[in-house]
Design a protein around this ligand. Structure first.
Ligand SMILES: C[C@H]1O[C@@H](n2cnc3c(O)ncnc32)[C@H](O)[C@@H]1O
Ligand SMILES: [Zn+2]
Length: 434
């Protein structure tokens, strides 16, 4: 058992105790040591004085191993970025490099308060190994791209089936499977149909890139005569499955109706969309229709970090800026995107501190200049905080304490990642500025 004592909570005044038993929050109350008649020898006590406890954040769209591509190809548009840099480098990846990139990404996420991420990538055995070692929670999908080629499709289908079965068999509470067709402009109709069928069969979510750029919408329209959401709707892609659609930057009113009617979850990735010059998703319009909005960083190749606190802040700010309306997306709303809504999107009991929910808890040290005066803490977490957290529990385990990883040697990971990067750029003929 773990007892966090005298901690501040966002929704209530004063100091509270949180009792964790196994991987769940057992009780939230006052003076729990006495009230629950706990023997001090049975409990690890964490002093929560001058700390705030918040739910672990949820990142609903990322490609975690791309941490080792950080800063490689800045300031170019999506298609050039993918075709001339990223896919070239990805062709040189293997399980070991992906494992190293994953470890680096998990350290970065945990240190900035993210406890769950929804990922789409390749060499999933490397990702699983990194997730198991770091202690983070993940929903993992194998990213399928067939570029309309039958031979490639067969391979992708086999890889996908293998990994779904492996994750289900592992039966680990921290790792769940999802299905990851990359996008309608890179996947054939057959591959999209397969994705829908397997997701339905196993009752797991689909994770897909949608409507990120104007260019890809043009490609889909030329191929199918329809806009991407209309096309997927016409092949019944949304029937009976939960679809998490990353980006959703350029949407027609008809597409917004489909998103609403089919209860598609939107993963808003404002920083990646701004950096690649893709555009700004119409989030206020989607909120009017009660569409579930969550937040993602995308990979470190296009962000260039995994700090969801930055997405919380930016998602509040940009929509005020473009609508000339400071009441658009209040801070409390964007904070919910990354907590409550993330948990709902992934069907996980995370994103709220509540008795019976999974014990994914983040402690923020309040003795920081940018959090004083502490009175308006909810506002600070959105508009003032840099994301550097003190302590993190995931699935009832302390994975970060006093800002330090408890179960892995982070400095060894930094060294391994430097070496992995050097090897990659040596192997790949890419343009480097320095
Ligand atoms: C899984 C594949 O997806 C690629 N990827 C990473 N970021 C993006 C993005 O913003 N749009 C489209 N595709 C993306 C990644 O490099 C893998 O190839
Ligand atoms: Zn992406």
């Amino acid at each position: 058992m773990i007892l966090i004592r005298d901690v501040r909570l966002l929704e209530s005044n004063g100091n509270w105790d949180i009792l964790v038993e196994g991987n769940r929050i057992k009780r939230i109350g006052r003076n729990l040591l006495e009230k629950e008649s706990i023997d001090k020898r049975d409990v690890e006590i964490i002093d929560g004085k001058n700390m705030a406890a918040i739910p672990g954040l949820v990142n609903t769209h990322t490609h975690i191993p791309m941490t080792i591509f950080r800063g490689v190809a800045d300031d170019i548009p999506l298609m050039e970025w993918l075709n001339n840099y990223i896919w070239k480098m990805e062709s040189k990846l293997n399980e070991e490099l992906v494992y190293i990139g994953t470890l680096l990404g998990t350290v970065e996420m945990i240190k900035s308060g993210t406890t769950t991420f929804n990922d789409m990538y390749f060499h999933l055995d490397g990702i699983i190994k990194g997730v198991l070692e770091s202690g983070i929670r993940a929903v993992l999908s194998y990213g399928m791209i067939d570029l309309f080629d039958e031979e490639k499709r067969e391979k992708e289908i086999k890889n996908c089936e293998k990994i779904v079965k492996k994750i289900i068999k592992m039966d680990n509470p921290r790792i769940k499977p999802a299905i990851g067709p990359h996008a309608p402009y890179t996947c054939s109709k057959e591959l999209l149909t397969f994705s829908h069928e397997i997701a339905r069969e196993y009752n797991i979510p689909v994770h897909i890139h949608m409507n990120e750029t104007l260019n890809e919408i043009k490609i889909v329209k030329e191929k199918t005569g329809m806009r991407p959401f209309e096309y997927l709707n016409s092949i019944e892609f949304f029937e009976g499955v939960k679809v998490i659609a990353a980006h959703c930057v350029h949407l027609s009113d008809r597409e917004i109706d489909i998103i609403e009617k089919k209860s598609v979850v939107v993963s808003h990735n404002p920083i990646s969309n701004l950096k690649l010059g893709s555009g700004i998703a119409p989030i206020p319009k989607l909120l009017e229709k009660n569409i579930l909005i969550t937040l993602g960083t995308d990979g470190c190749g296009s962000n260039n970090n995994l700090n969801i606190f930055e997405e919380i802040k930016i998602s509040s700010l940009i929509h005020k800026g473009i609508s000339l309306d400071p009441t658009s997306i209040p801070g409390e709303v964007s904070f919910k995107f990354a907590t409550l809504n993330g948990g709902k999107a992934l069907n996980l009991e995370v994103g709220v501190l509540k008795e019976g929910y999974l014990a994914d808890i983040v402690l923020v040290d309040l003795r920081k200049p940018y959090l004083i005066p502490v009175e308006n803490l909810k506002s600070h977490l959105v508009y003032a905080f840099n994301g550097v957290v003190d302590t993190v529990l995931i699935d009832g385990n302390v994975v970060l304490r006093d800002g330090k990883m408890t179960n892995i040697d982070e400095y060894k990971i930094y060294e391994m990642a430097e070496k992995a990067y050097s090897k990659l750029v040596e192997d790949v003929d890419i343009k480097r500025d320095n």
